[in-house]
Design a binder for this molecule. Sequence first.
Ligand code: DSN
Length: 423
Amino acid sequence: MSHLEKVDPRIHALVQQEAERQEGGLELIASENFVSLAVLEAMGSGLTNKYAEGYPGRRYYGGCEVVDKVESLAIERACELFGAEHANVQPHSGAQANMAAFLAVADPGDTIMGMSLTHGGHLTHGASVNASGRLFRPVQYGVDESTGLIDIDQVRELALKERPALIIVGGSAYPRVIDFEAFRAIADDAGSVLIVDMAHFAGLVAGGCYPSPVPHAQIVTSTTHKTLRGPRGGLILCTGDYSKTVDKQVFPGTQGGPLEHVIAAKAVAFHEAMQPDFKQYAARVVKNAQVLGDSLQQRGFTLVSGGTDSHLLLIDLRAQSYTGKEAEEALGRAEIHINKNTIPGETRSPFITSGIRIGTSGLTTRGMGEAEMKTIGEMISDVLSDMSNAVVTRVTQRVQELTEAFPLYRDSAAPISSQALAD
Ligand code: DSN
C-alpha cells in the first residue's frame, strides 16, 4: 500500500481514477502530453521542501547548495537544447513566463501587440480579460480569414502605426509555421522587442521539425509540458543582453520561491529532448497530425488554413449542424478527448465555439502512428455524424481496443499513480 493510500484514501482513489481515465482514453488535446516516469519521479521528489528565492549562487535562504546544482543543470540544458544564450527555468507556467517577459521590456500603460485569441493567439497576449490586456494597452493582429494564415501585411501596418513596446507571436491554435524572420524585421522597423511564445511547438523546435525562433527573437517564452513533454511549467530564453532584466522580472518581479522539484523535472525533460529518439518522436507528431487531418478532410471536415505544419489541427465546424461544445461532449462520451475552440471570424462564445482543436503529441507518445491516425479520423467522423448512443458505444469499444494495444503507463515498472509515491 502506498503512503498516499494509507494517509488519504480519498485523494489516492481520485489519483487512481485519473490515471485510469488517461490510460483508457484517446487524449487529443493539443496542449497535453504524457511525461516519462523519470520526469514524474523528479516532480514527486523531496525537492519540493526547499525554499530557494533568488538564483543559483545568489539565494535568500541557506542550504541551497544542492538545488543550486539542479537549477544550474536545468539552465545549462535549456540553453544547449535550444541554442540560447540565457535561460530562466523558474516560471511556474506559460502565463507567468509571458508576464515576466512583458514587464522586462514594457511598463504598465505601454502598448503591446499580440495575436487575437480567436485568431489562434493566447489569452496572455493582450486579451481584455487577462492582466496583459488590463496592465498594458493591447493592440491585436489576426489571420487572413480566407486563408487562415497570419496576415503579415496587417502586422506590419499595425506595428508601424502603433509602435508597440513589444510584439508577441505564437499562440494556442495556429497550426502553421510562423515566419519569425519577417516578424523580427517588422519589430526592428517599429522599434519593438520581439517575443515568441513557443509553448505549443517547443518540442517540435527541440526535435528539429519546426523552425527555431531563438535566432530571431530577443525573448522566447514557453511552457514545458506540451510538445516538449516535460512537467507542467514555464521557461524563458533570451539573448544575453536581456538576461538580467528577465531574471529580475521573474524573481522578485512576479514570483516568489521557485518550484525546485518541477525545475528538476524540467531538467530531466530537457535531457530527454536531447536524445536522438526525440527527433523521431517530434517528426512522428507532425506526420500523425497531417495524416489525421487528411483523414478528417476526406470525411468532409474543413481545416483552418487547409492543414497543419505542426502537432495541431483546428477544425472549422461552421458547415456542420453542431457547435464545438456539442462535438467536444459527444467525443468525450466515446473517451475521445479534444477541446472546443474558437476559430477566426468566430461568432459564438468561447464556451460554445464553432470549432474544435485536435493535437497528436500525446497519442504519439503512446506509440500510435499513421494507421491509428487514419482510424481515429474515422472514429471522430463517425461520432460527429451520428451522436447516438449506439454509435458512441461502438466507437468506445474501438477506443478500448486501441488504448489496450498502446499502453501508457500500465506496462511500465510502476503505474503513474504510485511511481513517485511508492514506499
Ligand atoms: N491553455 C493552453 C492551451 O490549451 O493551449 C494554453 O495555455
